[in-house]
Design a protein around this ligand. Structure first.
Ligand SMILES: [Zn+2]
Ligand SMILES: [Zn+2]
Length: 346
């Protein structure tokens, strides 16, 4: 099959990978219709985080092509959304609602497992992992939104859930990448009344407003903290959603959160200087982590199908698998918020 192959930093190319086969009775083979490039793929691309040589891309949607003998809930021809990690659905972590921490789980596209930036994927524990989408004919807009549910929309939502965002809250979102923008939408879904998006880029500010941001702060660092405090009469926000993972972003989140507030952190932490002391003295809590996307997909999918939300707006660059290198370059050069890959037809 044709698939994107991570060769080295700044070297992702389309090439040939072995056709996946059913290995375990609970596997399904999925023919990928859409994949995409993640912000975390950019960390590999830029050489900041290591990645094995091999398949890449953990976000995809597609059509079930074949199922193992123990797959009960899915059939050939079903349209499915894959969360970015697979899970058995039965271990203590899964039962506690954290399938992304499954004892027997793992990530798609880690070099060894099949990636979503490829024509086919073997999905382990198919019944527990994949989410069936009712229907067969979908618009390009719907397909983009389904793809956003594979990771970024669930991850942004997880920031809000982790911070305990509730009806009437004031929330600040640090980070205007696809996850940060999705966190704006997630905060709105959770009932936030005021959502302050920190963004310096006009195209991202526009999506943030579309997703429900009530205020935009273009400053960064100390100046951003001062501006958010000014907007909140010196009090700070009930919840800050940290969607970047750098020292500056977590310090900003800590700086804008009111006494007793919460930080929902979903940016993969690359902190070197941030310390717990900076939030301890304000009684600020921090919770977050790798999003249990599989838990959130069904409820968010209902809202997409009802036309209530359009999380696919984070994709402002689309190409096909043959041009995957361009999809990475566009995000690396900030020409794209997030790149969508047309891999196959419905
Ligand atoms: Zn991702
Ligand atoms: Zn599990």
């Amino acid at each position: 099959m044709k698939a994107a192959i991570f060769k080295a930093a700044r070297d992702v190319e389309v090439g040939e990978r072995p056709d996946p086969k059913i290995q375990d009775a609970t596997d399904a083979l999925v023919r990928v219709v859409r994949g995409c490039v993640c912000g975390s793929d950019l960390w590999y691309y830029r050489g900041i985080n290591p990645h094995k040589v091999g398949s890449i891309g953990h976000e995809y949607i597609g059509v079930v092509e074949e199922v193992g003998p123990e797959v009960k809930d899915l059939a050939v021809g079903d349209f499915v959304i894959a969360p970015f990690t697979f899970n058995d659905g039965t271990c203590p972590a899964c039962l506690a609602g954290f399938p992304s921490n499954c004892e027997h789980g793992g990530a798609f596209g880690n070099g060894e497992t099949d990636g979503g930036q490829g024509e086919f994927v073997r999905a382990p524990f198919a019944d527990a992992t994949l989410v069936k989408v009712p229907g067969k004919d979908f618009t390009d807009e719907q397909l983009a939104s389904f793809t956003a549910l594979s990771d970024v929309m669930c991850t942004g939502y997880h920031a809000g859930v982790s911070a305990g965002v509730k009806e009437g809250d004031t929330v600040a979102v640090v980070g205007d990448g696809a996850v940060g923008l999705s966190a704006v939408l997630g905060a709105r879904l959770l009932g936030a009344k005021r959502i302050i998006a920190l963004s310096r880029h006009a195209d991202r500010q526009a999506v943030a407003k579309e997703f429900g941001a009530t205020d935009i702060v273009a400053e960064r660092g100390e100046e951003a903290i001062a501006e958010v405090l000014r907007l909140t009469d010196g009090v700070g926000v009930d919840a800050a959603l940290e969607c970047v993972g750098t020292d500056q972003s977590i310090e900003t989140a800590a700086g804008v959160t009111r006494a007793g507030g919460m930080i929902g952190a979903v940016g993969v932490p690359l902190y070197e200087e941030f310390t717990y002391q900076s939030i301890f003295w304000k009684n600020v809590g921090i919770k977050g982590g790798v999003a249990p996307a599989r838990r959130y997909i069904p409820e968010l999918l209902e809202r997409v199908l009802a036309g209530e939300i359009n999380p696919g707006l984070v994709f402002n660059f689309t190409t096909d698998l043959d041009h995957v290198a361009e999809a990475y370059a566009a995000m690396d050069e900030r020409r794209a918020i997030k790149s969508l890959l047309r891999v196959g037809s419905l």
